[in-house]
Ligand binder design. Structure first.
Ligand SMILES: [Zn+2]
Length: 673
């Protein structure tokens, strides 16, 4: 069988030949990738010369090329397509890849060379990026367990392998529950739903081979349904199904997986000398300790609770007209929308015709043109993995910067949420290699595809991540693009959201899909003045999830945890308002349990918001949202990847370390003075 992974790619920009890649190509490609990688590691450790930077650290940076390529293509396709063949490969290979990773990171001869070099680092003349790479490579080995004794190392490898399987199962269980459920709606069930929700529900029904309308568990459909449906009985059914993902007894139950995941993580932290997993994870972040995170979430939580009291009172006045004297969690979005319409005369359904997907994506592109000098050219000739995906060549003047893939719409099998990822990362260790970046969203597909303002912000958010990947200008693969500390990675994405709300952007790109008229100024003013509306709710639903995450990962004995009881008790302790649901409940909290990426790290969005609020103020202070000086300094941050310390990069951009004042002001949570 010819396997595209074993041939050079002659596609434009070396894009993966998506039209030829099939699920059955991955097992052999992974096997060869791992085998090649072990030969490369063997060559490093067998080198009779003493360790130096080139023969050890740079050689490591050069190793694993095929495995990296195969892993990137696979990881992206399983998330974006999620078909059964790919999912089977994922279940088979997650533990094998974890075992392979342990073989490299726990290799005693390899670690001996890295440690030897690290011990002599003061004597070596090195460029700043190389020095940082040596320190972070050494730290990576230590945090993987390379400095432990034999039995402890064996146990570390076992833990990694078991966790890989549990993470895969967790994510696939959520996907299963999202695919399995839909709420069929007849014409009579559509009360309150504006056209765009009806269109989205009709498209979802069509995709599932049904007549009429269906609500699915995609956030881009369930969120507007809960916001607009006048049928309280249907809102209750939909809401309860949404928050029950991952809780159904049987083969797809995530409740049983969580204590085991937490216990394995806690054991790993203890082996490495930390009392708690949260201590271990936070040690390698900007925040540094769980206490520092607790101070930030605590400050925001208290301010948001006060704010929610006012919001609840306003919503209850509206609900009273419907005969309700108390609200449930499936009522908040609905009455918030009613209050928003009456207080700000702002109707989401009236706004939406002005937010056409193509125009908002063009706004994101053109903002990057004005700030960073990039241009974007559609490349319909480049094959992609699905008909909805579009390819764009990105350049700066005559220079090719990267390839950008846009995968905007929800479909069955695609992972929920929105994310940026890469098929290839930038590096210039052996000649310039430019990146291939993808943005995934789950917008409801319709013609025209209309976005909510939140959807439009999400598009800008993910595109901010994409720019971090595209603009990357580093030497070493490990320092490329978004390979930064986890609580810094949301800064480029969140700061980019600010440019959507700039009046110049809205006037130019928020145009009615039928008439092409710009968003009326009065409507735009009401939209911007309503920005702080319902921020108490948004802050509470997010911060509660961040607190749950930290408390779960700071539990001393998680093996015995009853997750449902722990969730209930934690929310009661912090005074969670009964009418607000936590943004992600543990059984479907994929940030934490479908991988370890955001474990003890969901606070990162808030941490980065301190930076993005303070950071955008640089443009506000300059009196120009496109101020060339501030844009040039921000571009440097985006180009630097992990080649320098994040706080140093931030201070270089802003001139000083950030404070929380701008964040509280932007969320409308600042104390009245
Ligand atoms: Zn993000």
């Amino acid at each position: 069988m010819t396997n595209p992974f074993f041939e050079p790619w002659t596609t434009p920009f070396g894009a993966p030949p998506f039209d030829r890649i099939r699920a059955e190509h991955f097992p052999a490609a992974f096997d060869r990738g791992m085998a090649d990688n072990l030969i490369e590691i063997e060559a490093i450790t067998a080198n009779p010369m003493p360790a130096d930077f080139a023969n050890t650290i740079e050689a490591l940076e050069r190793s694993g090329g095929l495995l990296t390529t195969v892993g990137a293509v696979f990881g992206n396709l399983v998330a974006s397509l999620g078909d059964d063949g790919l999912q089977q490969v994922e279940r088979d290979y997650a533990p094998k890849l974890a075992a392979h990773g342990s073989k490299v990171s726990l290799n005693p001869a390899l670690f001996a060379r890295v440690a030897d070099l690290h011990g002599r680092r003061e004597e070596l003349a090195m460029a700043a990026d190389a020095r940082r790479l040596l320190e972070r490579t050494y730290l990576g080995f230590v945090r993987s367990g390379a400095a432990l004794d034999g039995p402890a190392k064996t146990r570390m490898a076992e833990i990694s392998e078991r966790l890989a399987t549990l993470h895969t199962d967790f994510g696939q269980n959520v996907l299963h529950d999202e695919r399995a459920w839909h709420l069929p709606l007849a014409e009579a069930d559509l009360a309150g739903l504006p056209d765009f929700v009806r269109d989205g529900a009709a498209e979802a029904a069509r995709e599932r081979g049904l007549d009429g309308y269906a609500i699915t568990l995609s956030r881009s459909l369930i969120d507007p349904f809960l916001t607009f449906s006048a049928r309280r009985d249907l809102r209750e059914i939909a809401y309860n199904s949404w928050i029950a993902r991952g809780t159904h007894p049987g083969p797809h139950d995530n409740m049983a997986l969580i204590p085991e995941i937490l216990a394995l993580r806690a054991e790993r932290a203890r082996l490495l000398g930390y009392a708690l997993y949260a201590d271990f994870r936070l040690a390698d972040t900007m925040a540094g300790t769980p206490d520092a995170v607790g101070r930030l979430t605590g400050e925001v939580w208290q301010a948001a609770l006060l704010r929610v009291d006012d919001e609840r009172a306003a919503l209850l006045r509206m609900a009273g007209a419907d005969g309700l004297n108390a609200m449930a969690a499936w009522d908040w979005r609905y009455y918030a929308e009613q209050v928003r319409q009456s207080e700000y005369a702002l109707d989401e359904a009236a706004l939406k015709p002005y937010f056409v997907f193509e125009n908002i994506q063009q706004a994101a592109f053109d903002t990057a043109t004005r700030l960073f000098g990039l241009s974007f050219a559609a490349r319909p000739d480049i094959a992609t993995y699905h008909q909805d995906v579009r390819a764009y060549a990105v350049s700066e003047g005559d220079r090719h910067i990267g390839l950008f893939l846009s995968d905007p719409f929800a479909r069955a099998g695609k992972r929920s949420g929105a994310w940026m990822s890469s098929y290839r990362e930038q590096q210039s260790l052996d000649g310039e290699i430019r990146p291939i970046i993808v943005n995934n969203n789950n917008f409801a597909k319709a013609s025209p595809a209309l976005l909510s303002f939140d959807d439009a912000e999400t598009l800008f958010h993910e595109f901010g991540h994409a720019l971090h990947g595209l603009l990357s200008d580093v030497r070493y693969p490990s320092q490329s693009g978004t390979s930064v500390r986890r609580d810094f990675v949301e800064f480029p994405s969140q700061v980019y959201e600010h440019w959507l709300s700039v009046p110049e952007t809205l006037q130019a790109y928020a145009r009615h899909h039928a008439s092409n008229d710009p968003l009326p100024v009065a409507l735009m003013d009401r939209l911007l003045s309503a920005r702080n509306f319902n921020q108490g709710f948004a802050t509470i639903e997010y911060t509660a999830a961040a607190i749950l995450d930290m408390d779960l990962h700071a539990h001393p004995d998680p093996a015995s945890l009853d997750i449902a009881a722990f969730e209930r008790e934690t929310l009661a302790r912090i005074g969670m308002p009964a009418e607000i649901g936590v943004r992600h409940r543990p059984p479907h909290f994929q940030h934490l349990f479908a991988g370890a990426g955001y474990a003890a790290g969901y606070y990162s969005y808030l941490w980065a918001e301190v930076l993005d609020a303070d950071g955008f103020a640089a443009f506000e202070d300059a009196g120009d949202p496109f101020d060339p000086g501030a844009a040039a300094r921000l571009k440097l941050v985006l180009q630097s990847g992990d080649s320098a310390d994040p706080m140093e990069l931030y201070v270089g951009f802003r001139g000083a370390a950030p404070g929380t004042a701008a964040l509280l002001r932007n969320r409308g949570l600042a104390k009245a003075s």
